[in-house]
Design a protein around this ligand. Sequence first.
Ligand SMILES: Cc1cc2nc3c(=O)[nH]c(=O)nc-3n(C[C@H](O)[C@H](O)[C@H](O)COP(=O)(O)OP(=O)(O)OC[C@H]3O[C@@H](n4cnc5c(N)ncnc54)[C@H](O)[C@@H]3O)c2cc1C
Length: 456
Amino acid sequence: MVAQNAAGRVISEEQVGRLIGRLKGEIFLPGDAGYDAELSGFNLIAQHRPAIVVAAVTGDDIAAAVSFGAELGLPVGVQATGHGIAAPAEDGVLVTTRRMNTVTVDPLARIAHVEAGAQWHQVITTAAYHDLAPLNGSSPLVGVVGYTLGGGLGPLGRRYGYAADHVTRIRIVTADGRIRWVTPHQHSDLFWALRGGKGSFGIVLALEFRLMPVQRLYGGGIYFAGELAGRLLRTWQRWTQHVPEEMTSSVALLRLPEPVAPGYPRGRLAAHLRIAFTGSEEEGERLVRPLRAVGPALIDTVGEMPYSAVADIHHDPTEPMPYHERNIVLDRLDHDAVENLLALVGAESSCTDPMVEVRQLGGALSRPAEIPNAVGRDGAFVLSTLSRPSSPDQVLTAMSPWGTGRRYLNFLAGPDTAEAAAESFDRPTLERLARVKAAYDPQNLFRIGHTIAPRS
Ligand SMILES: Cc1cc2nc3c(=O)[nH]c(=O)nc-3n(C[C@H](O)[C@H](O)[C@H](O)COP(=O)(O)OP(=O)(O)OC[C@H]3O[C@@H](n4cnc5c(N)ncnc54)[C@H](O)[C@@H]3O)c2cc1C
């Protein structure tokens, strides 16, 4: 015996030996030097503890790992960066993809081809060289594949839609161990489900997606002291009713362990306005004026910027940290919703959560994708919270009267969010996803993470 999973099932030396014989990459078993390092990820709230880790370097490695799990009846999961961990794998096979990270761009076709382990900063840099931009999210360290399969809501969202809307082809290993191309014409049901349904249907080896002709933005962030949080949120709420869809923005209320500006006290409430406008500098400046008028800024970086500096808009943390992330989609943000939210998390509240953010949806995020997919389209805003592990879901519960009843799949992280994956879809979409799952993974091999159970 070389390993035993949580269910007490033994994996024999011979079985492991056969797997190694099929791999170009390495494997790690519990207790091996390198096992912990291979599993380290961004969110420290949880760490996978699988019976076996396959550090894949080729698509065939991933296919071998999937077949190994299927033969032994072990669940199979995948980790690229660990930004989106849900319930950690306690046993089974975990494929790590970080070594498979080639990114290529076809500038004439405006298409990026990206391997499973690539991070957004690689695509941003490669695309910028050709005056193009991907539909990445707020942090360039997030994995391209996990983000895109979960929808992909970024600073160009209201202008161009979700990242998933622009995927053109997917290379995947399904539960039967086969490598397939999935396109609008081949396995079209799977093509629909993968774009929004995330990691339930197989392990993606590579994605192809369209890039946008964006080289610059009028964008950045403005930090205000906590006393101005109420004024900012009230002004922003009215402002969002009139802005064009070239404007994507959000407001975050932050209580961060590090100062947001030199001399600003750690942990003290600050409000952060995030702006990404694809129109002209003059028009951007005019649009942002009423928000600047809220009061003196601690820091104001909003201005002309190359798209490649997009990480400066949200200024997300880059060092691993533990957090729970949860959210609800709001169907409106009216005056009462803002007052309620401020009472819960504003300057007068007892809130200590490190971040509460409201992002405006609408524009292209509300319109169906050219080739329909499983991403939810209802809602005008998404409200997300980063909380400490033990703190309950009070803010989102109190804001639920303004909710659509749906969540946004990508803004769920931490062990208590695994079940919430199913709440990211309306009923017909969930039923259809469960049928596609039953067709491609009837044994529910891929059940680690935010996944959907099969149902015929
Ligand atoms: C700082 C930060 C900023 C973020 N900003 C945004 C944002 O602006 N917009 C947004 O939409 N999301 C955002 N997210 C959420 C992010 O998109 C999700 O957490 C996403 O799942 C991360 O994917 P990953 O591969 O990096 O993470 P991992 O933890 O490695 O993977 C998470 C899950 O992604 C799926 N997955 C990953 N690789 C594959 C694969 N090859 N095949 C099949 N499934 C796979 C699996 O379900 C896996 O369990 C942010 C997260 C963080 C921590």
